[in-house]
Ligand binder design. Structure first.
Ligand code: ADP
Ligand code: MG
Length: 299
């Protein structure tokens, strides 16, 4: 069997509880990703999404279990994995160029200044900020700051991008533009992405797979939803695809009802659910069921 690029193998995370004992955020979580895949995670606040991302980033460790990336265990943060948080985390006293160049020179320490700046400039241009190199974060809009964060993350040419609700603080218009850019860049570069979002439409537009997490404590990966929409999709057109509403309804139904009541689903007679291999679900329109594979279906 082909080895997965990222393999989350039975991880648990427990914290000391205020009243003594341990609070279990999640227990025995299994999930894997292939190289070049764009995965979005959806689940209610507090279910442990950021904790999983921090473990993948090497910023936190699982209480039990392991994460294997490209055949190796994680040992702390690495420049192979770039993280983008909701707040951009730029150095306020450095210019756009200074912020990106700082990351580039941390990765390639022997590079000359001109080489570092040439490389950084390429990624600044890629996110549409050519011409703003000398500006400082305080002189930029929220969307532009987040773009610098994206340029900085991409500039180190990471094997994996980890994003924690990266667009949630932005207005709808800016969010849409950045979604387009991130999707284009990630497809062009074959980037492997693990992204947390609470925006269902963002997940539908961006993700190849959508991981549905139940509510905590003791959160689980209930299902993996495989996106049935064609890979060549446009943000303004996805809602016209026949499988868009089945897909959207499936995710919303999970968030509204099933994320809370998942245990009762498991208790139902005859229910088979293996936490090592959560079921992969492909919500498609009734007409599409007869014509597999749904992913290859023309719009
Ligand atoms: N360092 C910590 N100490 C104690 N509890 C924590 C810590 N970090 C996270 N938690 C708890 O773990 C749970 C999951 O948190 P988090 O991963 O941030 O959830 P999400 O990102 O899904 O909203 C929350 O109940 C939170 O209070
Ligand atoms: Mg979070």
């Amino acid at each position: 069997m082909a080895q997965s690029y990222i393999s989350i193998e039975g991880i648990s995370r427990r914290f000391p509880a205020p009243e003594g004992g341990k609070a279990t955020v999640f227990e025995d979580l299994w999930f894997s990703m292939n190289q070049g895949e764009f995965v979005c995670v959806i689940g209610h606040s507090g279910c442990g999404k950021t904790t999983v991302l921090n473990i993948l980033a090497g910023l936190d460790e699982p209480t039990d279990g392991a994460v294997i990336i490209d055949g190796r265990g994680i040992e702390g943060p690495s420049l192979d994995r770039a993280v983008i948080f909701q707040s951009h985390g730029l150095l306020p006293w450095r210019s756009v160029m200074g912020n990106v160049a700082y990351a580039v020179s941390s990765k390639w320490r022997s590079w000359s200044r001109p080489k570092v700046e040439e490389h950084a400039a390429r990624f600044i241009a890629l996110v549409g900020l050519g011409g703003a190199e000398t500006k400082r974060p305080a002189e930029l809009s929220g969307g532009m700051r987040q773009r610098v964060g994206i340029a900085r993350a991409l500039s180190i040419e990471p094997k994996i991008m980890l994003m924690d609700e990266p667009f949630s603080a932005l207005d709808a218009l800016t969010r849409g533009t950045l979604q387009d850019e991130v999707r284009r860049i990630c497809r062009d570069t074959g980037q492997t992405v693990f992204m947390i979002t609470h925006d269902v439409d963002e997940a539908i537009y961006l993700a190849d797979k959508i991981v549905l997490m139940t509510n905590g404590p003791d959160a689980r990966i209930a299902e993996i939803v495989a996106n049935p929409l064609p890979a060549d999709r446009a943000r303004n057109d996805v809602h016209k695809h026949p499988s868009y509403y089945p897909l959207r309804n499936h995710i919303i139904d999970f968030l509204v009802t099933r994320s809370k009541a998942f245990q009762s689903e498991l208790d139902a007679p005859g229910k088979v659910w293996n936490r090592r291999a959560p079921p992969v679900v492909v919500p498609v329109s009734p007409g599409a069921i007869a014509s597999p594979p749904p992913v290859a279906k023309a719009v």
